[in-house]
Design a protein around this ligand. Structure first.
Ligand code: SF4
Length: 296
């Protein structure tokens, strides 16, 4: 375990490879409504979640996903150049990698990009699974328009350890969200892909926890089990005591019913719930109970 600014970050696996490149482009126009651009500081992701859609997006070998990361060394410099020319718009950080995976502790590509966007007064939305995100609290609080979120698709850390074994524990993510909320930031949870309730988990318990942490919004999206995702998950679940419960993640009618319960529970706790988790983000100044969001 490595410590960065008081935050414990997992050490990299011995066989994990890090490569550095320079890029010609930093921002990509995002085709989905309400997100104008995406900024991805890295290619690849240490967290190696079994359900990750990025290998399909980038047409990469799923079995190699999570074994390497490519660092875009000059991305903040390129970003600074691009935003002088482009119309101002909401930048999502990020859509195809985790901007706070452990390499960010060394390279600070995300932090430097945030500094560039802050100076130019561009709006941002930041999403991660890693509590290293709190390192940049000093920057977040200076933005005029920002929301910050974590993917928390279950409260059961046994389930997390099975399907996203290299991503930080759930409690660490919740603590991070609470710190961000306590600092006055607008916070969201990406409940994606939605895990089914396992163990003592219920829709009410999940909503109560989110409300207690000061979370403003929840964006839920059901699993897309195609493209080898189901097979990757099955291989992780063998001999697990919660395998049968967890496999309901790809049971469409069951998950739909659970998400309806979760939506009700969230709303009754004062947490705005968005049931369509496509990469689409409502205007941060409005609250749209039927809207949708980009959250992974
Ligand atoms: S943290 Fe996000 S980008 Fe990284 S492997 Fe998991 S789902 Fe994919």
């Amino acid at each position: 375990m490595e410590e960065l600014l008081g935050i414990h970050v997992r050490s990299p696996r011995d066989d994990f490879r890090i490569r550095e490149v320079t890029v010609d482009h930093a921002l990509r126009p995002d085709p989905l409504p309400d997100v104008d651009y995406s900024f991805n500081p890295y290619v690849g992701c240490f967290h190696a979640c079994t359900f990750c859609y990025v290998p399909r997006l980038l047409q990469l070998d799923r079995t190699a996903w999570g074994t390497s990361v490519t660092v875009k060394r000059n991305a903040p410099t390129v970003l600074a150049r691009e935003i002088r020319k482009l119309p101002k718009g909401l930048v999502m950080i990020s859509t195809a990698t985790d901007p706070y995976q452990f390499v960010e502790g060394r390279y600070r590509i995300t932090r430097h990009a945030l500094e560039v966007l802050l100076r130019a007064e561009w709006p941002v939305s930041v999403l991660s699974r890693s509590p290293l995100m709190v390192r940049d609290l000093d920057l977040f609080t200076q933005f005029g328009t920002i929301d910050v979120g974590m993917s928390v698709p279950t409260l059961d850390d046994r389930a997390r350890a099975l399907l996203e074994p290299w991503a930080p524990p759930i409690e660490a993510r919740l603590r991070c969200l609470q710190t961000l909320a306590d600092a006055g930031l607008r916070t969201f949870v990406s409940f994606a892909p939605a895990y089914p309730p396992t163990g003592d988990g219920t829709a009410n318990a999940i909503a109560t926890e989110f409300a207690a942490r000061g979370i403003d919004e929840v964006f839920a999206r059901a699993l897309d089990a195609r493209w080898g995702v189901r097979e990757a998950m099955l291989s992780r679940l063998q001999e697990s005591e919660i395998a049968s419960e967890l496999m309901r993640i790809s049971d469409g009618p069951y998950m739909e019913s659970f998400l309806v319960d979760l939506a009700d529970a969230c709303r009754s706790q004062g947490v705005t719930f968005h049931g369509d988790g496509r990469y689409r983000k409502p205007n941060p100044t409005t609250v749209d109970a039927s809207g949708s969001s980009p959250k992974t």
